[in-house]
Structure formats: C-alpha cells, structure tokens
Design a protein around this ligand. Structure first.
Ligand SMILES: [Zn+2]
Length: 405
C-alpha cells in the first residue's frame, strides 16, 4: 500500500497559487495512513478546489451549519479562551473519468501555534489524530458505506495566509442531522434511516459517543441530500445516503441491544431492558418511544422473542439475532440489511436457525454476524443486487461504488 501523492488545494477568492499538501503519518501506526482509494481513481495529482461558499462552521448556539467567508480562516485560533468548533470545507475534484468527487476538509489553521500542548486548541489536533487512528484501526470495512472514506491527516504551508495548516481529508457526507431535523426533511422515513445506520454501526462493533443523548451529537450524523442522484423524493422517503462521522470519542462495543431502533411506543430510555444506552438514546431522540406509535410488535413480546432465540441458539452473534427478530416480528419495517435474504425463524417459532444469504450466492454465518465482516460483505448486505461491479483497469472487478437503490 502506498500513501497518496501530494495534493493541491485551491481556495476560490484567494489570489495565489494552489497550496501543496502532504500526507502525515498517524502516530501509533507502523505505516502511512491509507484507506481504500476513491474509485474511479483520482488524477495523478489530486486537485481540490474549495468554492467561496463552501467554507463552514456548525453554529455553537443551534448546531446549524453556516457558511463563513474564507478570509475567516485567518481568525481561527485567535480567541484567547480557545476555539469552540472546527472550521471545515467542501472541496471538489475531477477524476480522470470526468466525475466530480466531493471531499470534506477539517482544518487546524496556524498549526505551529494551535498544535502546541499549551494551546487551548491542542485538543483539536488530538481529536483529528484520534479520528484518523480509529478509521485506520476499526472502520476500514465500512469506509464509504455508513462512514466516510478517510484519506488521512495532511499538512500544507500556506505562508502568510494561515501559516501551516493541518487538515483531515475525508469523503463529503452531506448535511448534519442537527440541521436537517429543523427542516422539511425531518420525516419518519429519515428518522428510521438514522436509526438503521446506528444499528449497522453497532453491528460492526462500534459505538460513537457511548450516549448520543444530546442534540449536539447529531452534528455527527449526516444525510447526503446534496448528492447529484438524491432527488427530493428520495431525500424525503429515507433513500438518501446516511453517514456517521467524527470518531475521536468512539470505542469498540459489544452491542447487547435486544430491540430494534424502530417505533416501540414505550419508554425504555436508559433502561437496561433495551440493552444498549447509545441506541436507546438514538431511539428516544428519533421519537420512537412516544406512546402515539402503534408498534408492529409490542416491546415485551420482542424482548421475550430475543431471549428465547438467544437461549436456543447461544452461538449466534447478537447482530444475527436482531436480523432474525426484525424479519420475524417487524416484517413491514425496512430490513437492516436489505441485500440479505433472511429465512428460518418466525414470530411463533424460534427453534429454527436463521439463514442469511447474499445475492451472489454467499452466506453470512450467524455465528459471525457483521462484527468482523469484510467491506464486500457489508456492501452486499446493504445494497445487494444494486451493488455496482466496476471493472478495474486490469480487468478484475472491485466492489466499486454503490449506487442508490
Ligand atoms: Zn449498542
């Protein structure tokens, strides 16, 4: 594996040559940071362009994303008490095949001062490194599906403009739920999409903050309602792509949830019965515990079913048990993994082992679940027959870029 070559970053409105950035090593890893390269491949030198209206901060008072003038970059880090939020940008680049790629750059400006240990802004460097390390160690199988592809931390000298600038380079993932929740896109379908995405993350053995109990946390959940193929209809009815981002406080996690993140019409907020604090909080904040819902299956029956199946099939991973439970008790809900064919148990019968088949004829072992799945297994589970198989230049296939179902 080779690190990415130096890249160029151009800010519109800044009258000078593009800045040249080089990838940094991630402390604690024995090799340069790499992850799956974007496909189709970027040109020889990736040329990123930041438009004058694509420089942002999430507002501290209400978490809304607001655009800033790029000239504000020079102000970041000058507050005496330290900064509250990171500045970030959406950059675009054109591939060799003429496609437009979108990237997110999260910046530490004037890094020579702001990354000193005595600086109140040192925490931003710690977070940037921790996020990159977590992607490197734990999220490679999920890169580009429910978490962004991460291309590592980078550094560029911008001279008198903003000094040395450190930034993380990741896939652009859209608009934060903290902003979307106050718009017409706060639909039940989209809240179900957020819930599913968190369940998938937990199935991979990851929790984001251990709580997700306050609205601030929902800056870390994004819906890509800006994607070129995301029509208004798709954005309303839960078919935009959903991503979870910023893993600096994430941790590995053996999810013990016993219920799906679906309307259950009963308050199990922070209740051990639910089995997972983070997901019970997500469920509560998405409104699924409100009594106004009529659930397909009452929580008590779903809990009983989970216990009975687990007792009968003790080797099955919880992610497989939850898939079986959802198929048996919540058949009208969108499956957690629409690409998987789920057969076996039923509402009445937990004695039969669940069988999990992919469209390509492979199966997922219920004793393995999704906890240690490969990128291809996850993508097949999520997209099934909609998974694009793009030819590589050498004639072999890769899993490539999934399309919207
Ligand atoms: Zn969990």
């Amino acid at each position: 594996m080779t690190p990415l070559r130096p890249i160029e970053v151009h800010f519109e409105g800044i009258e000078r040559e593009p800045f040249v950035a080089e990838m940094c090593r991630v402390p604690g890893s024995d090799r340069p940071f790499t992850t799956a390269l974007p496909h189709p491949p970027p040109p020889e030198t990736l040329k990123l362009s930041v438009a004058s209206d694509a420089f942002f901060v999430n507002n501290y008072s209400d978490n809304h994303r607001i655009a800033l003038p790029i000239s504000d970059a020079r102000l970041w880090g000058t507050c005496s008490g330290g900064e509250l939020r990171i500045f970030y940008a959406r950059a675009t680049a054109t591939t060799t095949e003429g496609e437009t790629m979108r990237f997110c750059l999260r910046f530490i400006f004037d890094a020579e001062n702001n990354t000193r240990k005595i600086s109140p802004n040192y925490v931003f460097l710690e977070d940037l490194i921790a996020d990159a390390q977590f992607h490197f160690k734990h999220l490679r199988a999920a890169a580009g599906t429910i978490v962004p592809a991460h291309y590592g931390p980078w550094k560029m000298d911008t001279g008198k403009w903003a000094g040395v600038v450190v930034f993380s380079l990741t896939q652009w993932c859209g608009t934060p739920w903290a902003t979307i929740c106050n718009t017409k896109y706060n639909t039940l379908a989209n809240r179900l999409l957020v819930g599913r995405t968190f369940e998938q993350l937990h199935d991979l053995g990851i929790q984001l903050t251990r709580s997700m109990g306050c609205t601030d946390n929902y800056c870390q959940v994004l819906l890509d309602i800006e994607h070129p193929s995301a029509t208004p209809e798709r954005c309303f009815d839960g078919r935009a792509r959903c991503y979870v981002v910023s893993f600096s406080n994430a941790s590995v996690h053996n999810c013990q949830r016993k219920l799906p993140v679906l309307p259950i019409a009963r308050s199990l907020f922070n209740d051990p019965l639910f089995g997972c604090d983070e997901l019970s909080n997500v469920s509560a904040l998405m409104g699924f515990m409100e009594a106004s819902f009529t659930p397909e299956t009452a929580a008590d029956e779903a809990l009983r079913w989970h216990k009975e199946y687990t007792t009968r099939h003790p080797t099955h991973r919880n992610s497989a048990v939850l898939i079986a439970q959802r198929a048996s008790l919540f058949p009208n809900a969108i499956p957690l993994y629409p690409g998987l064919d789920v057969t076996g148990p039923s509402r009445e019968d937990t004695s039969v082992e669940v069988s999990l088949s992919n469209v390509d004829g492979t199966t997922l072992d219920p004793a393995q679940g999704f906890e240690s799945c490969t990128m291809r297994q996850l993508a097949l589970g999520l997209w099934g027959r909609y998974l694009h198989l793009r030819p590589r230049p050498d004639g072999t296939n890769s899993t490539g870029s999934p399309v919207h179902g």
